[in-house]
Design a protein around this ligand. Structure first.
Ligand SMILES: Nc1ncnc2c1ncn2[C@@H]1O[C@H](COP(=O)(O)OP(=O)(O)OP(=O)(O)O)[C@@H](O)[C@H]1O
Length: 697
């Protein structure tokens, strides 16, 4: 005789079978959607009238085909919602059951089989709780392996929390959130994955905030800031595709390594359109020189904006000669005084130097035209106006009173010439600062300058004064705690009328100009009214490692909420080694016994030694710039560790990480918070004071 328990068990197993069949049907339907898109692609180009439309259609269809590609390794859905009543999004649809997945899948008559996670109805999947069921009777989460469903778990939200985890089938059974926990604790093998199956309510609120809302997310290491930013990009594209296709979303990261890393996540989010750029590449520059640290700090100082502004606009000079143009057998003239009046008007109305110059050109031509009209019976034509405005005398006058320039020419002129610099910095920078800025061996021409990476912020500032840069509807800025005031200004110019999502952690600020508070950064970004929202639950770093790293926070002089961790697994070990790099290589070899990626993070000065030690140990390894990894070990200089994560981290010589830079403690905090499962600290010198309690471990 069967016990009631086994009956229930059998019912659950049957139900899992039903779900597997549903998944197979949805996969087949997706395959047909793709076939249809491909067929359209084949005939599309031939049937559309003009070449431009054909190309547009082709691009859209290629993208559609790519979006519909079936990925057999991930199930098409990860959740199911049973609602009390039909959702009111679509009056023709009275379904109360929805499957939530990475993209829409419809059957042959356009009936939805799977809803995109970004669709309005899906919101309840992330937000509903026993306290606020939001119309949800049952929320089902699916466990999977290699694209196959292996389990499910139900929360009955209508039962007021009394029974919020009743049914569970398959290998994921065990607790109300075992599928969630298993998903969160899964080992990392490649780059970061999307988190659409497990977005938490507090993250979802940020992801789905209105396009008009500017947010600043202060979150400790591994609280999902980058993930939230990327999912927000995907959500905004989905919800406002038309609008964002024109004005776009720009994702800005601190360096190319992180950009490359996150670029691999975006396509899996079904989003291929967001532009991604590192903050240093906003003004592309062939960098061939370095700056002393104090010079770099000065170049990033907001006061430089005032200096450059003055240097540029002071190029406008009073007219010394009249403008004279011929018309018929006469010559018509504009006096220097009349010209100066036009300059004053154009200047008062100009928002950019370049725009003002063009406005002045038109005004000069218009004034000359009026003179002609007053004196001759025959009014000059529109083409006379156009050719006059482009004529040599007008351009010469313009060049004299409102000289053209380029960012390179202006900065070259300023930093090579003591008198020009003194005039521009008067009352803004002191003499010592002027000396710092002046080039000791100026290049002969702007083209011959050997620019430093920090010159980019000066050049971009001037470029922005000359002409308005492209502005985006939404800007997502990762690791924003490291932005300098001048970098913030560069971003502000690109989002004048748009909104921003600023992501960062003040405790991880490692640049000399790192923000002391979000108030500063947001002010320079021109978004002082952005809401600052904390995220304090960590998903990456295991609790034991997080608590260890948190030991450093009181020494950072910041008032921040403590980051806790959702992960109870993981381990921490501190090892004393006489030969640091050999010890580290040994630890890497041991780490390979586990599943997942291994990051060997070393002080920058030890990179070469560590590489040699890995080679000597016969371990295959990659640098952080590897497009396609050859092995599971990555060698990471401490200065590039930010934003990255590895299943197993071997962190070498904390004391040296701290000693190698001014904000070394912040850097160490970054280094110690990269591990998803295990952290091994290899040291020779004593640990920094704040970590000593663990030294005996
Ligand atoms: N809701 C979630 N479910 C599962 N995993 C999550 C969730 N949120 C974040 N994660 C994972 O936690 C890890 C850390 O996320 P992420 O890199 O976005 O954090 P971060 O706040 O940007 O960290 P850092 O400050 O160190 O750069 C990633 O592997 C991410 O996929």
């Amino acid at each position: 005789m069967k016990t009631p328990g086994t009956d229930a068990q059998t019912a659950l197993v049957d139900e899992l079978e039903d779900e597997r069949r549903y998944l197979a049907d949805a996969r087949a339907a997706l395959g047909r959607m793709r076939d249809r898109a491909e067929a359209l692609l084949e005939v599309g180009a031939g049937t559309v009238g003009d070449a431009y439309a054909a190309e547009r259609l082709g691009v859209a269809l290629v993208r559609r085909v790519r979006e519909l590609t079936v990925d057999d390794d991930t199930p098409l859905f990860f959740g199911r919602l049973d609602l009390a009543e039909p959702a009111d999004d679509d009056p023709d649809d009275d379904s109360t059951r929805f499957y939530v997945g990475r993209r829409h899948v419809t059957d042959d008559v356009s009936h939805p089989l799977v809803l995109d996670w970004r669709a309005p109805v899906s919101r309840a999947f992330y937000r509903a709780s026993a306290r606020e069921p939001q119309g949800v009777v049952t929320r089902r989460r699916f466990g999977s392996s290699g694209g196959a469903l292996t389990s499910f778990e139900d929360e009955h939200l209508d039962r007021a929390g009394a029974d919020a985890g009743a049914g569970a089938a398959g290998d994921g059974a065990g607790g109300p959130s075992s599928i969630l926990t298993a998903e969160i604790e899964r080992a990392r093998v490649g780059p970061m994955r999307d988190i659409v199956a497990t977005i938490q309510p507090e993250q979802d609120e940020l992801v789905r905030a209105d396009l008009s809302v500017s947010l600043c997310v202060q979150g400790g290491p591994g609280t999902g800031k980058t993930a939230v930013g990327l999912h927000r990009a995907a959500y905004l594209f989905y919800t406002h595709r038309q609008r964002l296709q024109h004005a776009g979303v720009l994702i800005v990261g601190p360096n190319r390594t992180l950009i490359r890393y996150i670029a691999q996540v975006l396509p899996s989010l079904g989003e291929l359109d967001a532009e991604q750029v590192s903050v240093g590449d906003l003004y592309p520059l062939d960098v061939r020189a370095t700056d002393a640290p104090d010079v770099a700090v000065l170049k990033h100082d907001a006061r430089m904006a005032a200096v450059l502004h003055r240097a540029l606009w002071s190029r406008i000079t009073p007219a010394a000669a009249p403008v004279t143009v011929p018309h018929g057998s006469y010559r018509y003239t504009l006096s220097p005084d009349a010209l100066d009046e036009l300059v004053a008007e154009a200047r008062a109305q100009a928002t950019t130097y370049g725009g003002g110059r063009e406005r002045l050109r038109s005004r000069i031509a218009a004034a000359l035209m009026r003179t002609v009209e007053n004196r001759s019976a025959e009014a000059p034509s529109e083409s006379w106006f156009r050719s006059t405005s482009r004529s040599r005398p007008v351009t010469q006058a313009l060049d004299a009173v409102w000289p053209p320039t380029t960012p390179e020419a202006l900065v070259h002129g300023l930093l090579s010439d003591r008198a020009a610099l003194a005039a521009a910095v008067d009352g803004v920078l002191d003499e010592a600062e002027q000396e710092l800025l002046l080039w000791t061996r100026p290049a002969r021409s702007p083209r011959a300058v050997r620019w430093s990476e920090h010159d980019a912020v000066l050049l971009d500032e001037v470029a922005g004064l000359l002409n308005r840069p492209r502005a985006y509807s939404h800007l997502i800025v990762d690791e924003a705690q490291d932005l300098s005031p001048m970098q913030c200004r560069a971003l502000a110019r690109r989002s004048t009328h748009g909104s921003v999502t600023v992501l960062g952690d003040l405790a991880q600020g490692t640049t000399p100009w790192a923000a002391p508070s979000w108030h500063h950064t947001l002010g320079h970004l021109g978004k002082a009214d952005a809401q600052v929202v904390p995220l304090t639950t960590g998903f990456r770093v295991p609790r034991v490692v997080m608590e260890y790293a948190n030991g450093l926070v009181p020494s950072l002089g910041l008032d921040l909420p403590v980051t806790s961790s959702l992960r109870r697994d993981g381990s921490l070990r501190v090892r004393q080694a006489d030969d640091l790099v050999a010890g580290a290589a040994e630890e890497c070899r041991a780490a390979l016994a586990f599943e997942g990626s291994v990051g060997l993070i070393v002080p920058d000065s030890l990179v070469e030694d560590a590489a040699a030690a890995l080679d000597a140990a016969g371990l295959a390894w990659d640098g952080t710039d590897a497009e396609v990894p050859t092995g599971r070990v990555t060698l990471v200089p401490a200065s590039l560790a930010k934003g990255l994560e590895y299943d197993h981290v071997v962190a070498v010589e904390p004391a040296r990480v701290v000693a190698e830079e001014a904000r070394g403690l912040h850097r160490l905090y970054v280094v110690l918070t990269r591990a998803v499962s295990r952290l091994v600290v290899v040291r020779h010198e004593p640990l920094p004071e704040a970590l000593r309690s663990r030294d005996a471990a």
